[in-house]
Design a protein around this ligand. Sequence first.
Ligand code: AMP
Ligand code: GLY
Length: 427
Amino acid sequence: MKIFVVGSGGREHALVWKLATDASCPTLFCAPGNAGTAELGTNVAIAADDIDGIVAWAAAERPDLTVIGPEVPLCSGVADRLIEEGLRVFGPSKRAAQLEGSKVFAKEVMEAAGVPTARSATFTDSDAAKAYIRREGAPIVIKAEGLAAGKGVTVCASVAEAETAVEAAMCENAFGEAGRRIIVEECLEGPEASILALVDGENCVLLASSQDHKRAQDGDVGPNTGGMGAYSPAPVVTEALWPIIRDQVFGRTLAELRKRGITFKGVLYAGLMLTPSGPKVLEFNTRFGDPETQVILPRLAVDLVPLLDACIDGRLSEGMLRWHSASCVTVVMAAAGYPGAYSKGDIIHGLDAASALDGVMVFHAGTTVKADQIVTAGGRVLAVTALGHTLPDAIQKAYAGADNIRFSGCWCRRDIAAKATQAGGGI
Ligand code: AMP
Ligand code: GLY
């Protein structure tokens, strides 16, 4: 069994780590991978967004299964191209991936399907957007329509700030093509949670809940990042919310896609705000989350390959999944300067000592091997992850792992999952 994973982050290392334990004993390849995936398989020097390169490699090497991590290749149609080559691929088609690639499309689908989400309007003209903002008042949220590496959303406390965000996206091209159309959205309040689901075209099975920490600094302040840490389960997702999320968010969205002739296969990820009037969708992603995957997969008590195969073949069922009751926490260690410009090539010390700790797994994100040493190669460098009997136990273990690791200028948030320890439960 030969499996090909596309991507190079902490998510892909977690996927490769989980796949490596599969009963099918697969041989693993990862493009382009990182120093962590290189320890479990073979890295292939092709960028994740080099669609022609990925397709050419897969067409020649014939993996039994290809798993696509990031959104850019999915939105460019890599899954469709691989299927045309007669290959088995886990990840949605280009049409289905529009749910992430175009926030306008996602809003249209949600509105048509009656999925609870923030009230919004779409603009291609900045003066019209500003007039709408002045009528609506602040706080208000400005979103670039396309993919912007998690940076296209500005939550604005004042009308002036919102007008500046409109200028940046539409007139100064801060997000390039992605910001030519914008969505102006009602500002929602409440705790956030990520709910991911496996989808086989027809059936949809929700995965364990999790919560990400998008802001750079403790206390959820500072600039937005790709995610500074996560935990699972998220106790804010109470038992009572699950059927609502399953039916009103996933059920309705997938039914609307089917009505439009779009079959969704892969992971559908809903970023939710749990408002006083119920869960509302902030965004859809059409792939595994990063860093959510790093806390979901360690809790999965069954092999992953049969689940991915079942999605491809349209025979997924709830009974195929089982979860460890343990809690999982991941703390992202970042390079100095991230999410702005950061240095690369710094030697990372203490990886073995951290991994040797009970329950600790160090997932690599921005790392590479240089002259036999593991060095930094990205803004988010590592996702230090731990399983614990309780959330406080997992927090303590994850930070014990992180405290063993050093590289020049390394930093992490010190409050990952702290808020959740005040609540109980969660699935
Ligand atoms: P997104 O990339 O759409 O998930 O947005 C990034 C972050 O912006 C979210 O995690 C929220 O914290 C915030 N956000 C997005 N949409 C809204 C909204 N309508 N109201 C309040 N905050 C929002
Ligand atoms: N954790 C947010 C994302 O994967 O986009």
